[in-house]
Ligand binder design. Sequence first.
Ligand code: SAH
Length: 225
Amino acid sequence: MNRNSGLQRMIADIEDEVAFTRHMIGRDHLDQQVMAAMREVPRDAFVPAELKGAAFDNGPLPIGHGQTISQPYIVALMTDLLQLQPEHRVLEIGTGSGYQSAILSRLCRQVYTIELVPALSRAAQRLFQRFEYGNIRTLTGNGYQGWPEHAPYDGIIVTAAAGYIPPALIEQLRPGGRLVIPVGKPYGHQELLLVEKDFQGGIDTRHILAVAFVPMVDSEPMIDR
Ligand code: SAH
């Protein structure tokens, strides 16, 4: 299958899965601009060379270091839930391959992304340079603390499963902002949560659906030089 038909199949698979889960996610279609970003960003560049043939499958793929690039449907859904506006600034925890960061960068003003594994962060940075995604800033660090220097954020997205919602992330969310995070047991039951902070600082949490993410690790990055 050539690249173009692979990409078209990926988009069709995402749309099918959205329709299939419409009662859980509360709508029949995702935002058109989110779907345009899914068409634009070359997922095949973000997967290891030997897996290029599976790059447009609607599933997660290994990216080394025990980590994965998320399933395209989940990337699209989580991006949609953030309801991004062009002027928004977003924080992502778990850069991984950089694919989710790249999608976000097409839809908002600035992306800040934190990754625990230095080698993954470096590989993602190289891709951002190659594709001239100039509005992504990377940090190697522990996302449980967020990135206070640039707070508050209009949206925060966590792409690893935490045991609880890290308090620093709630603090760093702008009133009116949205946090999308998988919460649950490592390799056990996990739920995707949408957390909204109101203008009085109150928190509203909605369960969206069951998901399977790699665990969010609470440690400082290993030095790997
Ligand atoms: N968004 C990624 C998905 C990566 S998988 C993509 O599009 O490819 C989750 C990533 O979270 C892994 O790379 C893992 O190393 C990272 N991670 C786990 N715990 C973390 C933490 N406490 N802080 C920052 N990154 C973390």
